[in-house]
Design a protein around this ligand. Structure first.
Ligand SMILES: *Cc1c(COP(=O)(O)O)cnc(C)c1O
Length: 369
């Protein structure tokens, strides 16, 4: 025994992401203290503490926020869903302000932007995010640049360092939806973004059992000011995350590195095999991540036949879980028209890749009528 206190993992510099995923968001080490993160179910707290009411704070939220914030290199706020995080970030836009958005991205974001435009709450400029010059040309006079990279489901990749630098020059805030890449593959704050948005429903929690979202802001003076506005939005908007959902997401987050490594390896392998399949007319795969989008022969009906014919792959919307999912995206009413009717989004899970291939290639044989 020594009198020196043991340092907490959170205080050790230079921990690798895999270690931070496992070690952060735990109670301080003390004899008899719990090792698991706290699941705190209470609506209120004894008076005169740091938090008085559970719409403002919860120890389970803090545990998740410490872990996610450290991975993204910023300060995280957990919210009830990815769309709650999207709404919080759009609340940073002044009324009547101008937002530059991808011409195709997550359909909930596209619908939100359309509603803001229709009500006169925002002016919207839609751009091809792969065309850096076109995005930069849309920035003068704008208030917010909304990016998603890779985009859902076209897997278009934006040049984040170039675009955030240009946005900063024009005094435009940059928000990046990092749901597809996760902080293990891309850290937008380090690339110059002001706010990161997550649907933690997907890879971060990883088991298709909760909806959850988060926003993360940079550890700078301007980032901290944005953080306070977002925190106030959460507290007053009131659509807060449940402690149980947050605890499950933190439990899932502990294995993000293992799940993602396996899913990414499977996606790279399948993307290559799919390119040689006679029923596949186009494979979209950005070279990283675990989503592959394919276009198939037989149009929308062909794609529906494929999606209905798998046994291992689950025919369902969503992505980022341990189980492989597939869906023809245009069956979603808000899906942008830039997404081809015959596009199937494949979310590669962590099953045996040979089983995935056998199941999918057999289903693809049904694409032709
Ligand atoms: C799913 C998703 C969202 C919305 O998240 P929810 O948790 O479903 O509300 C936002 N952005 C992207 C890129 C998504 O895939």
């Amino acid at each position: 025994m020594t009198d020196e206190p043991t340092p907490a993992a959170a205080d050790l510099p230079d921990l690798a992401p895999a270690t931070r995923l496992v070690a952060l968001g735990r109670e301080p080490a003390a004899p008899g203290a719990q090792v698991g993160a706290p699941l705190v179910l209470t609506s209120t707290y004894h008076a005169d503490g740091p938090v008085s009411y559970a719409r403002s704070g919860n120890p389970t939220w803090s545990a998740f926020e410490v872990a996610l914030g450290s991975l993204e290199g910023g300060d995280a706020l957990v919210l009830a869903s990815g769309m709650a995080a999207v709404s919080a970030a759009f609340a940073l836009l002044p009324h009547g302000g101008t937002v530059v958005v991808p011409d195709a991205a997550y359909n909930g974001v596209m619908a939100t932007v359309g509603d803001l435009e229709a009500s006169g709450a925002a002016v919207v400029r839609r751009v091809d995010v792969t065309d850096t010059a076109a995005v930069v040309a849309a920035l003068p006079g704008a208030d917010l640049l909304w990016l998603e990279s890779p985009t859902n489901p076209l897997l278009e990749v934006a040049d984040l360092p170039a675009l955030t630098a240009a946005a900063r020059e024009h005094g435009v805030l940059t928000v990046v939806d990092n749901t597809f890449a996760t902080p293990l593959l891309q850290r937008p704050l380090a690339d110059g973004a002001d706010v990161v948005v997550h649907s933690a429903t997907k890879y971060l929690s990883g088991h298709s059992d909760v909806l959850l979202g988060a926003v993360v802001t940079a550890p700078t003076d301007s980032g901290r000011a944005l953080h306070e506005r977002l925190r106030r939005h959460r507290q007053l908007g009131g659509g807060i995350a449940g402690p149980m959902e947050t605890w499950l997401a933190l439990r899932g987050l502990r294995t993000l590195h293992l799940r993602l490594e396996r899913a990414c390896a499977g996606a790279a392998d399948l993307a290559q095999r799919l390119a040689g399949h006679p029923a596949v007319t186009r494979v979209r795969y950005p070279g990283f991540g675990a989503i592959v989008s394919i276009e198939v022969v037989g149009g929308a009906e062909g794609a529906e036949r494929v999606a209905a014919a798998t046994a291992v792959w689950v025919h369902a919307t969503s992505l980022g879980g341990v189980e492989s999912l597939l869906e023809r995206r245009r069956r979603q009413p808000n899906e942008p028209e830039k997404v081809p009717e015959e596009l199937i989004r494949l979310s590669v899970g962590i099953e045996d890749v040979e089983d995935l291939w056998r199941d999918l290639s057999a289903a693809l044989a049904r694409a032709r009528p």
